[in-house]
Write a protein that binds this ligand. Structure first.
Ligand SMILES: [Zn+2]
Length: 100
């Protein structure tokens, strides 16, 4: 059995060259293989894209010296470090976030 779900993440980017900042919303497709491994695919505007912290360039000055910060709703999510037994709770949590 494969399980898959989608959540949304908003990332805030800050250019270290010109101090511009902006944010982008990503759709994050998670899929588990049933053996505790999880694959994550990021999409931006419906298109597959690189992970938010890779290959960003500043829209104002074109610098790639960009810092990425995750800005999820509710601040810092507690992601359980121990996978065993917590998967169901985490899936439930992410589904609820998606419902926002
Ligand atoms: Zn810049």
């Amino acid at each position: 059995m494969h399980e898959a779900w989608t959540s949304r993440e908003v990332w805030v980017f800050e250019c270290l060259s010109c101090a511009a900042s902006w944010d982008e919303e990503f759709q994050v497709r998670h899929s588990g293989d049933g053996h505790g491994n999880e694959a994550v695919i990021y999409r931006c505007h419906g298109q597959p894209c690189t992970t938010p912290w890779m290959d960003r360039s500043c829209p104002s000055c074109g610098s790639q010296n960009v810092k990425a910060l995750s800005a999820r709703d509710g601040g810092h999510d507690e992601v359980p470090m121990a996978r065993s037994g917590s998967d169901v709770a985490m899936v439930f949590h992410l589904r609820r976030m998606h419902a926002w």
